[in-house]
Design a protein around this ligand. Sequence first.
Ligand SMILES: [Zn+2]
Length: 317
Amino acid sequence: MTDLSAPLQNTPALQGASTQQDTLAQQNTAALQSAPAQQNTPALQSTPAQQNTPDTPPLQRHAPLRKFWFDDVPPRESIAAERRYRQERLAVAFRLFARYGFDQGLAGHITARDPEWPDHFWVNPFGKHFSRIRVSDLLLVNAQGEIVVGDGPLNQAAFAIHAAIHEAHPNVVAAAHTHSLYGKAWSTLGRTLDPLTQDSCAFYQDHALFDDFRGVVLDTDEGARIAAALGERKAVILKNHGILTAGPSVEAAAWWYIALDNACHAQLLAEAAGTPQAIPHDVATLTHEQVGRPGGALFAFQSLLEGLVEAEPDVLT
Ligand SMILES: [Zn+2]
């Protein structure tokens, strides 16, 4: 940890440069405008804005604390801690989905792979509204679709889709699927999204189309075909059905779901208003690398988690 109480030793030259920059940024007087930028005149140094009083001590220069936007989340110390971490974020994700309006009827499920039993996953009980789900409500389901922990029924479609995805993609920790309005509306067009905005580039060449709707998904054979369409991508558009995301953490799968529904919404608006102009391939590819990483998704989810847990602390019970 950097000792914030220990000011760095500034040289007179550094202090002079800082004073000049502060003055130029804060004042826009005629005298300043007429003064050459490189000159540090006595008149400038004596202006009131440069005075530090006992109530406004000077801000010392500090060494940078971080190299990048996102700090890695430290690994949990035990399997039990990892399980609890995933459960808490899963319960929070349901509450967030309710806030975003992703709670149409009985549809929708988010799953988190158990860290000790990788062929088991945690999922919401069928019929429990997303806005009321707590950690203690979550079900643990095995590879045969049997509930081994928890009360309440299991949504058969949740098992059929998610079990196949978790089995086919060992690197997937979590997957999310609901019938959110804009994802569902976009799915009827039978197309993948174009890279229209910086945000939608998170999905550029990183989502697929599943064009084989056959009614409610009730068997794992159809789940397996959805898992195959998903491949190593982060999302799949299920034509005439909705959208699905998958990722290496609960945070990533949940945030990418929110972001994908938003991207569908944006393209629907743009195409309704005119002929949107897509971002060129090279720029879209670069932007995908910048905004499409799991670390950024985790950071975005965390910013939502804190407010939700403060407002609805029972989510963690
Ligand atoms: Zn569905």
